[in-house]
Design a protein around this ligand. Structure first.
Ligand code: ATP
Ligand code: MG
Length: 244
């Protein structure tokens, strides 16, 4: 059965100061998958995420999200996406709960599930503390809470496990799998921790210098690289075989 496509980019281009950092970029993310987006530092992952979120405007090309043209449906699309991009920014003097309330009101969603969401991300009991007193991992957990609380159809997670301890990493892994399996979400995630991507992703996209050079299923990678994603990635970065 053909899967529904939730994100599609067509020949996307983004230029900074005359330099093309995203080059004719084509990406296809299917509904109900966890898409692991891999690439070296500076390859263009965060820039792609910002383009998908409408935080940057492409110089050329097209983005379709949930079948809608991004340029014409920006607000509607934003309602359907939850994201954590680079280091999340909060109102420091406000509590975790207040930060989530502000986000929900901005999204036009009623104030529900706040306590429950804080509990899911492991922040039970600290909802009243100002965010300025939060550790790095607590901030990351709050960022994830903010990304999921309005129950988006698509989650865009840029390095979401940065700063989490091993227990936190495992909890988030289980949460992401649960969101896709039981709550109909689709996840697009970048991480330099390849073992983590290997645990959760079904599809892998690899970006090199602003170009997508591979978009394949994790199972097909594993057939060719039984030792796993790290071998595959290193081989690709060395200019090895493409198209697993
Ligand atoms: N606002 C900006 N102005 C100029 N250049 C930028 C800007 N944002 C990103 N770039 C450049 O675009 C390229 C891609 O950056 P990007 O942050 O998307 O990479 P990345 O794949 O997310 O890297 P990392 O793994 O380090 O997070 C880099 O060369 C970066 O210097
Ligand atoms: Mg980045």
């Amino acid at each position: 059965m053909k899967k529904e496509v939730v994100i599609k980019t067509k020949r996307l281009v983004k230029t900074f100061k005359g330099k093309e950092v995203i080059k004719n970029f084509d990406m296809t993310v299917q509904k109900g998958t966890i898409y692991g987006f891999l690439g070296a530092n500076g390859a263009g992952k965060t820039t792609v995420f910002k383009l998908l979120m409408g935080l940057l405007i492409p110089n050329a090309g097209k983005i379709e999200i949930l079948g809608l043209d991004h340029a014409e449906n920006k607000y509607e699309i934003l309602q359907c996406i939850g994201s954590i991009i680079e280091t999340p920014i909060f109102y420091e003097h406000l509590s975790a709960k207040e930060n989530l309330e502000i986000h929900l009101s901005y999204m036009g969603v009623p104030n529900s599930h706040i306590e429950n969401t804080l509990e899911i991300v492991g922040l039970k009991g600290v909802g009243k503390q100002p965010v300025s007193e939060f550790s790095l991992g607590m901030r990351q957990r709050l960022g994830i809470a903010r990304a999921i609380i309005h129950k988006p159809k698509i989650l865009i997670l840029d390095e979401p496990i940065n700063g989490l301890d091993p227990i936190g990493i495992r909890e988030m892994r289980e949460l992401f799998i649960d969101l896709v399996t039981n709550q109909n979400m689709t996840i697009l995630i970048s991480s330099h921790i390849l073992s983590e991507i290997e645990h959760i992703a079904d599809t892998i996209g690899v970006i090199v210098d602003g170009n997508i050079i591979e978009e394949v299923t994790l199972s097909s990678i594993k057939e060719q690289y039984p030792d796993g994603l790290e071998d595959y990635f290193f081989n690709l970065m060395k200019g090895g075989n493409k198209n697993v």
